[in-house]
Write a new protein. Sequence first.
Length: 410
Amino acid sequence: MTASPETHPDALEASADDFALDDFGLADEFALATQTPLLPLLVARIEASGGRITFVEFMGDALGHPEHGYYSRTGLAWGRDGDYETSPEVHPIFGYLWARQVLECWQRLGEPSVFALVEVGCGSGAFMRAMLTWLRARAPRCFAAVRPVMLDGHANRLADQRAHLAGAGFEVEHALTSDWLARAKRVTGVVISNEFFDALPVHLVRREGERLFERYVTHEDGTLAFADGPLSTPAIAATFARLGLQPGDGALAEIGLAAAEAMRAITSKVERGYVLSIDYGYPARDLYASWRRQGTLMAFRRHSPQPDPLAEPGRLDLTVHVDFTSLAAAAEGFEAASLVSQAEALMALGLGEALRTASQRASADAQRFAADRRAAEVLCEPEGLGRIRVLALAKGAPLDGLRCLRPVLA
Ligand SMILES: C[S@@+](CC[C@H](N)C(=O)[O-])C[C@H]1O[C@@H](n2cnc3c(N)ncnc32)[C@H](O)[C@@H]1O
């Protein structure tokens, strides 16, 4: 006689023998949540590379794999509906204020009849749309000269941006950065970017005494893990030697060779003009300060930092703070201004004045004024977007006294 499951002391074992687990459809929810279509492809790549890949390769795939990368996939949400909020998504005032800077650059360049406005890494397209909206309404002569170009690394993003700009009636050239770099003639104008360089893949390094190690990505039974090894390229040590700096002993750090290369390539296309790079980052001496122990790499999902940058590859946004010293050095032939914070730049471009004007509408539309004021605060928050920095570079054009660099309270 078979004992009933209720009375048999080995009831659970007996039922496991008798029924296939799949009959119950009970999966390991944690494993399912962390499994992404990219994970097996990364594991295969690691295997094919002899057991490990560099973090720059991992991050390149996690963000940019043609099908499953965070930035390359279809249907990426931005702003509140996405994983993080950038300044152009907070409020169009961000783009309106930078359009004022674009206008001043055009004037400083002698009001050329053809003037390139190149944005790199354009997200939803909100930044370019706001800049063109302001120029069309407030600076029609400059608007007539502007030839807008939107560059992105991913075809799906370009398609979204094209739709966004066409919806507002703007004609814009859209191109993959690599295509534009290969074919474009040198331009006179402005190259502007917001949080572009901080989304480019980095090498991870760790200093141990006098030696630098590289942090690779390996896997253990299909789960990604870090493993240290020798430097994969002499360019890493060469960069630290050029900077005359090292990460602190025992500290982790990132090194953005791709960001410096992107800056070199993009600035090589500027005959005369300005490059305005708005990004999270520090001068190298602060980025590699000895007290910084864990580097700046962050993973985000739904506006929350995630503990493991290797988890859910392709589903998390990955970002680092940029080394502005190396970015400026990569822009050959350009003069660089001292960095200013986003809060300082936006105030210099007239955020305070814009709010005063908006306040005159407060009695007519209190809700809208409250939203505008809240947006201004968010853009300038010292612990948030306000601490983003602006690197202004100029070639064949005056940099001194550029509007975004002028101290407001001087
Ligand atoms: C952090 S998002 C910033 C988006 C937008 N600038 C904003 O502020 O909302 C980074 C952007 O850079 C783009 N990107 C990534 N690699 C790129 C590359 N090699 N060239 C141009 N854009 C790239 C991404 O597709 C995305 O649009």
